[in-house]
Ligand binder design. Structure first.
Ligand code: NAI
Length: 505
């Protein structure tokens, strides 16, 4: 298979937020594009919008004026479905309604040539269901762009039960020729991104509900330790709680109420209050007012330890290297577990057990747990939790140690898996489950999360780095702590961990 030839006429139906952007992408790639919208003037308006946004690029010196003109000249507004007859690929981006989409595609089958490809940009409707009732259901495929389409690289190419493999491949190759990063996926609720991303919101909402930490504290840790561009609450405020809550609900219902996707009462409250996020001026945060931005909880400066004991498994850890570089004397100490110890206080990475339970099980009272980081060698902040049995000075000792390495400390209440440990384990679990069910290949799942939602690394690559055995242990501990099916590890994750393999090589 190869990309559709450059003289193939592309038709875009629906000239709203997505359709106009998709039309721009195709025209920018050199293809002639017809744009149709049921609303009078909307197609021309969509093209005018593309012209205006390209004019801004010209003004900034990022695009030549004659290139802009060439792109615009390839976009033509038409006023009927019948006018789309010459199209070889139709991309539908109309209202998210199964009956309306089906009807449009059924009409198109009588208008277009038999070889034309029918693509839908739906983000939540089954491709299999849209194809049902078509004369040539094999010609219908999902071509799911992300908003804004000209900027976001990901395109999920979604095959329903009846989609021809060759049709999916032609759309994949065409998206690649348009400069996008396409991935293949099977039609399943949420496809890849809207499914695998659920724990990013869900775990933060759980930790908030359990009063593990404040909204700005969780956001700060996820950004400064996790390397995510936005914290989960900032991102939900940006997306809009009405939309984010609706997507969570639809995925949860579509998977027959699997507790992994269970929506949050906290988010429901926001929706019911009309606090939908940025667009209403208030969500988890307030916007536009004069109130100062809420600050993350940060432990007060504490004195640095004279020396730190380092257990064997922690010897090569970047935190030990940072302490050494800061001039702290390191001593090796015996122990099969990874930990650092200063002034009798033990600091260990979270394994998904609450600190208090672990302190009791392991017989160590002065226990402080630290959260995961994307890169312990450079992170600026870490979340910690302290066992209930610990002495009153335990937090100060732990804070002094981490601050000596240049790391701000955010104290969490004793929730299992703090925030990044549990979130990354659950993202990896969801990604593994999608692979386990044959929805997508590991590389495509990681590409989807990198290019579709800008994660700092793919969840499966991150799990490989942590070690799959550790990820499974975190999930097992979460499942045991909560007694909930929500945290059950994917059989594939367990199998790969047992084999000592990773997802990538
Ligand atoms: P929108 O409301 O901005 O635009 C939809 C356009 O379709 C409107 O101009 C409307 O007049 C037109 N339209 C409605 N019914 C029509 C019909 N029967 N025939 C022709 N035109 C019709 O919607 P948006 O946000 O662009 O979404 C379009 C599709 O893309 C939906 O299926 C949505 O789920 C999907 N999508 C949306 C994303 C987003 O972030 N907004 C992201 C990815 C997919």
């Amino acid at each position: 298979m190869a990309a559709l030839p450059k003289d193939t006429v592309i038709a875009v139906i629906g000239a709203g937020a997505m359709g106009a952007g998709i039309a721009q992408v195709a025209a920018q790639a050199g293809y002639p594009v017809l744009v149709y919208d049921a609303k009078d003037g909307a197609a021309a308006g969509g093209i005018a919008g593309v012209g205006a946004s390209l004019a801004k690029l010209v003004d900034k010196g990022k695009m030549a004026a004659d290139l802009r003109q060439a792109i615009i000249s390839r976009l033509t507004a038409v006023d009927s479905l019948a006018a789309l007859a010459p199209a070889g690929l139709v991309i539908e981006a109309i209202v998210e309604d199964l009956a309306v989409k089906r009807s449009v595609f059924q009409q198109l089958e009588d208008i277009l040539g038999e070889g034309a490809i029918l693509a839908t940009n739906t983000s939540s409707i089954s491709i299999t269901a849209i194809a049902n009732g078509l004369k040539r259901p094999g010609r219908l495929v999902g071509m799911h762009f992300f908003n804004p389409a000209p900027l976001m690289a990901l395109v999920e190419v979604v095959s329903g039960l009846t989609t021809d493999a060759g049709v999916a491949q032609a759309v994949y190759d065409t998206a690649a020729a348009w400069g996008k990063s396409p991935v293949h996926a099977k039609s399943t609720p949420g496809f890849i991104v809207n499914r695998v991303a659920r724990p990013f919101y869900g775990e933060a909402l759980r930790v908030l509900q359990e009063q593990g930490a404040s909204v700005p504290t969780i956001d700060a840790v996820v950004k400064e330790a996790g390397g995510f561009r936005l914290g989960p609450f900032e991102l939900m405020d940006l997306i809009g709680h009405d939309i984010n809550f609706a997507v969570t609900n639809s995925v949860w219902r579509a998977y027959f109420n699997d507790p992994r996707y269970q929506p949050s009462l906290i988010q429901q409250e926001l929706v019911e209050a009309g606090w939908l996020g940025r667009k209403t001026g208030r969500g988890f945060y307030e916007y536009g007012g004069s109130a100062p931005a809420p600050q993350p909880a940060t432990a007060a400066a504490a004195s640095r330890p004279a020396r730190v004991a380092v257990s064997g498994p922690m010897a090569d850890h970047p935190l030990a290297a940072r302490l050494k570089a800061a001039g702290i004397a390191l001593e090796s100490c015996p122990g099969d577990d990874a930990f650092l110890q200063a002034d009798g206080v033990r600091l260990a990475p979270s394994d998904g057990r609450p600190a208090t339970l672990r302190a009791a099980q392991d017989g160590i009272a002065d226990l402080v747990l630290f959260d995961l980081a994307l890169d312990f060698g450079s992170c600026q902040r870490l979340a910690v939790s302290v066992a209930d049995q610990a002495s009153v000075t335990a937090l100060t000792a732990a804070a002094g140690l981490l601050q000596a390495a240049g790391i701000a400390v955010s104290l969490f209440n004793d929730v299992p898996g703090l925030i990044l440990t549990r979130t990354v384990a659950m993202l990896a679990n969801e990604a593994a489950e999608a692979v386990h069910h044959g929805i997508a290949l590991p590389a495509d799942v990681d590409t989807a999360m990198l290019k579709g939602v800008g994660y700092p690394t793919g969840p499966l690559a991150w799990a490989d780095r942590i070690g799959l055995g550790r990820v499974v242990a975190v999930l097992d501990n979460l499942q045991q702590t909560y007694g909930e099916d929500r945290y059950r590890p994917s059989p594939l994750l367990r199998r790969k961990a047992a084999a000592g393999r990773g997802f990538h090589g």
